[in-house]
Write a protein that binds this ligand. Structure first.
Ligand SMILES: CC(C)(COP(=O)(O)OP(=O)(O)OC[C@H]1O[C@@H](n2cnc3c(N)ncnc32)[C@H](O)[C@@H]1OP(=O)(O)O)[C@@H](O)C(=O)NCCC(=O)NCCS
Length: 309
């Protein structure tokens, strides 16, 4: 016996663009969103490729001929309303024939509107799709409950029970369990820090070093990138630094770590110094430091970033 698979409805929508304006169609007597604007649109009938379906709808609804090559898929939306569906959004800027209302029994007005000046009564998901198009966002979902805003992990101070794990993590990711920056050796086993934990699994580590009025982030590693672990660990370090009366939170990264330079700056850190050839000094203390870093970039300089607290 074969299992009946879940089936989705699917529709195509056309953003017909002329001099920065999009063609809107006001729905009339259809039983769905009447009086509100949509775009040229229709369901996939099956056995019909997306662009062929779009060309068919354009011909049926506004009487124009659009070559499949002139149609570009610019957006996909997973939408939930009374049913569940996948909507495709396509654009065309060239076509032949005059745009005219070919379905007056279902549409009582055609109008061109600026993409940044749409009327109030555009069907909400169509408005969102047009906005996505303007911003270059190709995928979105609509009508679903918003995902939980509670992060799937929590942050706690690094405890004695974490030390072995922390040392091994740093050794694996940074070549040895000691970290050398500005000519000083930091023993990760002895540093305070924070751990990110998700369902009993450790998914991130930050260690820091307090000296007088400054707090240095010595190491930061996320094992679950892209869900906020790194940012939350920095927040925790910031809080610890403030509590300790520090005026400055700072760190060192290396000249090859371009992604991370962007990451830190997006979190408020400013570049304050380039310590040229500092890695030559560091290598004397930690020979494991390679000569070549990320993306084949020679590993040479220490870059200092800070946040004034
Ligand atoms: C740098 C590093 C620590 C970042 O950790 P992370 O856990 O990925 O950090 P976050 O998840 O907080 O942020 C990463 C990106 O994910 C995005 N993000 C965070 N939470 C998100 C969420 N819930 N949904 C979607 N995106 C999210 C952030 O916006 C961020 O992107 P942005 O910098 O363009 O704004 C991690 O990449 C890493 O371990 N790198 C290797 C070690 C390293 O270089 N450490 C620094 C040494 S100086």
């Amino acid at each position: 016996m074969t299992r009946e698979r879940f089936k989705l409805l699917s529709a195509v929508h056309l953003f017909l663009i002329r001099e920065g304006q999009v063609l809107l169609l006001r729905r009339y007597n259809t039983g769905y969103e009447d009086g509100n604007y949509s775009v040229v649109a229709g369901h996939l009938d099956g056995e019909e490729e997306v662009r062929a379906a779009m060309a068919r709808e354009a011909r049926e609804e506004v009487g124009i001929k659009v070559a499949p090559q002139a149609l570009q898929v610019v957006g996909v939306m997973h939408r939930r309303s009374d049913d569940e569906r996948i909507d495709f959004f396509l654009t065309a800027t060239t076509w032949s024939g005059q745009v005219a209302n070919r379905e007056p029994q279902r549409c009582d007005r055609l109008a061109w509107y600026d993409l940044d000046g749409l009327p109030q009564n555009v069907i909400p998901y169509v408005r969102q799709a047009l906005e996505n198009y303007r911003r270059g966002v190709w995928f979105d979902s609509f009508g679903w409950p918003s995902p939980s805003t509670t992060p799937p992990f929590h942050i706690r101070p690094l405890g004695d029970e974490d030390r072995e794990w922390a040392a091994q993590l740093v050794a694996t990711r940074w070549g040895a369990e000691e970290i050398v920056t500005r000519g000083a050796i930091h023993h990760v086993r002895r540093l305070p820090g924070f751990v990110a934990v998700a369902e009993d699994e450790r998914v991130g580590l930050l260690t820091y070093h307090l000296t007088g009025k400054a707090c240095q982030i010595v190491s930061l590693d996320s094992l679950w990138p892209g869900i906020g672990v790194g940012s939350a660990l920095i927040q925790a370090a910031r809080g610890a630094a403030q509590q300790a009366g520090c005026q400055r939170l700072w760190l060192i990264t290396t000249n090859d770590n371009l992604e991370t330079l962007g990451f830190y700056q997006r979190r408020g850190f400013a570049l304050v110094a380039v310590h040229r050839d500092a890695l030559a000094v560091a290598r004397r203390l930690k020979p494991e430091i390679p000569l070549v870093g990320e993306r084949g970039i020679p590993l040479r300089d220490e870059i200092e970033l800070e946040i004034i607290l």
